[in-house]
Structures are given as structure tokens and as C-alpha cells.
Design a binder for this molecule. Structure first.
Ligand code: IDP
Ligand code: MG
Length: 149
């Protein structure tokens, strides 16, 4: 089953939107397999965002993600990566489709509420980076057969 790493970034936590993010992913039919509320270290932030090192927004991005606690989660399901990215909306909130989280709750790219893995491979890598195997729960729901074909 495909997995995606989701972060409710510091702005989302401060604004009381953890529940809203979780509600939308649950409603979508995705299955939660891990969650932890945590302060992101400088080292974890730099590893997670290594691909953006050297870009103009890199330093502010590291400051943003380490500025206050985040809610880190793993969600799974068929096409979980694409489904979650769609629920989040485009990186720039003013380009995000109406009805998406970033459209409904954000204005600026540097305060865009959430992170979500962008490919299947990055989903695997990011889940490994953020969670120890014992922090993930393997389980099924009675309703799975009505959501997963
Ligand atoms: P994503 O979060 O939608 O995958 P990425 O391009 O991977 O978007 O960028 C990572 C994060 O870096 C974004 O979510 C956003 O917080 C921040 N970011 C990206 N581009 C800019 C920018 O042009 N200015 C400020 N922050 C940016
Ligand atoms: Mg990204």
C-alpha cells in the first residue's frame, strides 16, 4: 500500500488546523498508520529539505519548519501520494484549487500549512526519515473493502 509523509507545518499547528487536516484525509478514505507531535531539529529539517539547498527560499524554509512544533503523520492507501497532494492543493496557495486545504486556509507559499510526499519513492524515503518502523501501525478497517477496490 502506498504511503505518504504528511506534516502539519508550524503555521497549521499554531492556527489550530491539525484536526482539519486529519479530518480531510480521513474523509478521503486514507488510513492513518503513524503520527507524532514534535519539534523538528535543525538536522532533520536540513535532511528533509536537502533538495532545496541553495535556493533563495531555503534558509527561510528551514527557519519556518523548525520555528514551532509540527504534526508528522503517515497515511496510506491506493495512490496515497497523489490523493494527498490533491487534497493539499498546489504549493502556492493562490494557485491551489478551490476546496483544497491550501486554497481554503492559506495565502502565502512560505506559510502553506502542510507538507506531503511528492512521489511514491519520496514517500518511502520520507517515511523512513521521520518514523522508526515500530512507530508505524499495520492494521485494517472493516470499511476498507468499501474504499479500496
Ligand atoms: P511542496 O511543499 O508543495 O512539495 P516544494 O516545491 O517542495 O513544495 O517546496 C517546499 C516548501 O518550500 C513549500 O511547501 C513552501 O513552504 C516552500 N517554498 C517553495 N517555494 C517557495 C518560494 O518561492 N518562496 C517561499 N517558500 C517557498
Ligand atoms: Mg516538495
Amino acid at each position: 500500500m502506498e504511503q505518504s509523509l504528511i506534516l502539519v507545518k508550524p503555521d497549521g499547528v499554531q492556527r489550530g488546523l491539525i484536526g482539519e487536516v486529519i479530518a480531510r484525509l480521513e474523509r478521503r478514505g486514507l488510513r492513518l498508520v503513524g503520527a507524532k507531535f514534535m519539534q523538528v531539529s535543525q538536522e532533520l529539517a536540513e535532511t528533509h529539505y536537502a533538495i532545496h539547498k541553495g535556493k533563495s527560499f531555503y534558509d527561510p524554509l528551514i527557519r519556518y519548519i523548525t520555528s514551532a512544533p509540527v504534526m508528522a503523520m503517515v497515511w496510506e492507501g491506493p495512490n496515497a501520494v497523489a490523493a494527498v497532494r490533491q487534497t493539499m492543493g498546489a504549493t502556492r496557495p493562490t494557485e491551489a484549487a478551490p476546496g483544497t486545504l491550501r486554497h481554503d486556509y492559506a495565502l502565502e507559499v512560505g506559510r502553506n500549512l502542510t507538507h506531503a510526499s511528492d512521489t511514491t519513492e519520496n514517500g518511502i524515503k520520507e517515511v523512513e526519515l521521520w518514523f522508526k518502523p515500530y512507530e508505524l501501525v499495520t492494521w485494517s478497517r472493516e470499511v476498507d473493502r468499501w474504499i479500496f477496490e
